[in-house]
Design a binder for this molecule. Structure first.
Ligand code: B12
Ligand code: SF4
Length: 511
């Protein structure tokens, strides 16, 4: 057991690579990741010094003093951030050689062998597993008696507060990271939900980051709405937003009940307006009702509807993808998507295995490029023709006129059912699609790197973060070489193959 004379110092970081190589973070973006605040809940606040840092919010961690500070570095992040976790681990090993490095999250779970050799603790469990690690490293006194997320340590000033009322999902879409993990959907106890909501000193609308806020237990869902309605009436909660799966809309009462309970907006993974594509994604819950009807009903009920659209050039023709984008830009019955992205063959998903089996991964495919904006697999059409379309997903700047026309038509149609605040949020989203720099916090244009991006994994520049900030011993320099999915011939890279036993766990559909 490692017991420093002073209180142990724990630094918890959301590691992140920005797809556009924006070096300044995205403090204005919603949603923000809250994994660090949840992980902090493992520690007794009086027994440790805790510091949280989100690279997504604040930009890459570059202050060398920060690397010498901790006795324990805890890392979390999405799949594409795995190399960034390796880099941060290397910096800390140099500046604070006794620091214990703990990592978890989807990439760590899917790359158990690589992770075990990179971090001192490569966690496969949920946030609570950190308590076990903390106890082993510092002793039982540092562990919190009662686990609760430490939102009080977030120094943000965003438009919403965050909470979580459940974990994982009861569906199994072919491209989803949660399908790869195959963990059962779990709803939290309502007391725990209420505790999270009451923990904020400044009341703001709360965004539930659950993958599936609706879940598979109707009675529990209605109890959750009762709780929220009560908190809204008592003015503890000025409204809420959540991510729901399409089955939520099958019962029209759900919209009415949600509105009564103070719901301001819902996000739902529409993914595509093409039924065949939805079937290919194993997302049949999206086919129960016509998608356009669902969106109209939600907006007319006075609830903002937000969604993401996915495009898969490996199975979709360029002209079909362009037609779908055109349809959305011209249809003012629905809002513009909150984001447009490529379908990512994330590690361990059925889609990943399918693309590996059919040898569709491009040569020199990199884990870092699993960001939704870089082509990882061969398109049906010629690469050169597809790239401008892929580029347009990150920045719709050629469509400003269509977007302006769409926004006006949408405003005219829904100005009576949506409040000024709700409408402003949707129109702001449209503006962001033309000008992502609005939320990219690009303080210095000279620091932009996206002009060099090719949007093809084989040639995509890694970006400046792969150059170490300071001199590193040889054995740590390897933490700065990218994790490869395929080699020069497009064959699965031996390092990935070495982790594949865990990756081929069969999945069961729950529905
Ligand atoms: C906020 C958010 C974001 C934010 C910040 C993400 C971040 N770095 O934290 C932003 C906007 C950047 C983002 C982007 C994207 N996101 Co996102 N996002 C979320 C969201 C809504 C909340 C994340 C969160 O804070 N969760 C709360 C924490 C507590 O849970 P968690 O992070 O899932 O961690 C669990 C375990 O992994 C584990 N764990 C995690 N870390 C650690 C560490 C230790 C030590 C331990 C013990 C355990 C542990 O414990 C938790 C369970 O208890 C999730 C949905 C969700 N509910 O998780 C999607 C989600 C993470 N995003 C997802 C996707 C697909 C994307 C995009 C690819 C979208 C796109 N197509 O463009 C991009 C990726 C961008 C990129 N550069 O690669 C997927 C998974 C992605 C992946 N594995 O790579 C999710 C799960 C949504 C989904 N169901 O599909 N996202
Ligand atoms: S509905 Fe599908 S995409 Fe959404 S979280 Fe569940 S499995 Fe993932």
């Amino acid at each position: 057991m490692h017991r420093p004379a002073r209180k142990p110092r724990v630094l918890i970081v959301i590691a992140h690579f920005d797809d556009s190589r924006n070096p300044n973070g995205r403090p204005n973006f919603v949603p923000q990741g809250v994994g660090h605040a949840f992980l902090a809940g493992a520690f007794a606040s009086s027994e440790v010094e805790l510091m949280l840092y989100s690279e997504f919010y604040s930009g890459p961690l570059a202050d060398e003093k920060m690397f010498s500070w901790p006795d324990m570095l805890v890392l979390t992040g999405v799949t594409s951030a795995f190399d960034r976790m390796r880099q941060l681990a290397a910096y800390t090993r140099v500046k604070s050689p006794k620091c214990v490095v703990v990592a978890g999250g989807p990439a760590v779970r899917n790359l158990p062998r690589t992770s075990a050799s990179t971090f001192d603790y490569a966690c496969n469990g949920d946030v609570e597993e950190l308590a076990t690690v903390a106890q082993e490293v510092f002793g039982p006194h540092v562990v919190a008696d009662h686990f609760r997320p430490r939102f009080d340590l977030l120094t943000w000033n965003g438009p919403v507060n965050y909470a979580e009322s459940s974990r994982y999902c009861n569906f199994r879409c072919s491209f989803c990271a949660l399908t790869a993990e195959n963990r059962p959907y779990a709803a939290y106890d309502l007391d725990f939900v209420e505790e999270q909501l009451r923990s904020y000193r400044r009341p703001k609308p709360v965004l539930f980051v659950d993958n599936n806020f609706y879940g598979n237990n109707r009675s529990l869902f209605y109890q959750k709405l009762d709780l929220l309605e009560d908190l809204v009436k008592r003015r503890i909660l000025p409204g809420w937003l959540a991510l729901v799966t399409s089955d939520f809309f099958s019962d029209p009462m759900n919209l009415t009940r949600a509105r009564e309970a103070g719901c301001l907006g819902l996000f739902c993974g529409v993914e595509s307006f093409n039924a065949d594509q939805i079937k290919a994604y194993n997302k049949r819950q999206n086919l129960v009702l016509p998608q356009l009807e669902v969106i109209r009903a939600c907006l007319e009920a006075g609830i903002v509807f937000q969604y993401g659209l996915l495009f898969d050039p490996t199975v979709q023709l360029l002209e079909d993808m362009e037609a779908e984008l055109d349809f959305v830009l011209n249809c003012d019955r629905i809002p513009l998507p909150a984001f447009l992205s490529l379908t990512i063959p994330l590690l361990g998903t059925p889609l990943f295995h399918d693309r590996l089996r059919s040898k569709q991964f491009l040569p020199m495919a990199k884990l870092r490029d699993m960001d939704g904006y870089t082509l990882l697999t061969r398109p049906i059409d010629e690469l050169e023709r597809v790239v401008p379309f892929v580029r347009s997903l990150a920045k719709l700047n050629g469509h400003s006129r269509q977007i302006a026309r769409h926004s006006f038509g949408f405003w005219r149609r829904y100005r009576r059912s949506l409040s000024v605040r709700q409408m402003t949020c949707l129109i702001a989203n449209s503006a962001r699609l033309c000008m992502p720099s609005l939320i990219n916090n690009r303080r210095s244009p000279s620091l932009t790197h996206d002009e060099t991006l090719t949007y093809i994994t084989s040639s995509q520049p890694l970006g400046p973060l792969y150059q170490p900030l300071f001199a590193l011993p040889e054995h740590l320099r390897q933490n700065f070489s990218p994790t490869m999915i395929t080699d020069e011939a497009g064959e699965v890279h031996p390092d990935i193959a070495g982790n594949l036993t865990r990756l081929s766990t069969p999945v069961r559909e729950q529905g």
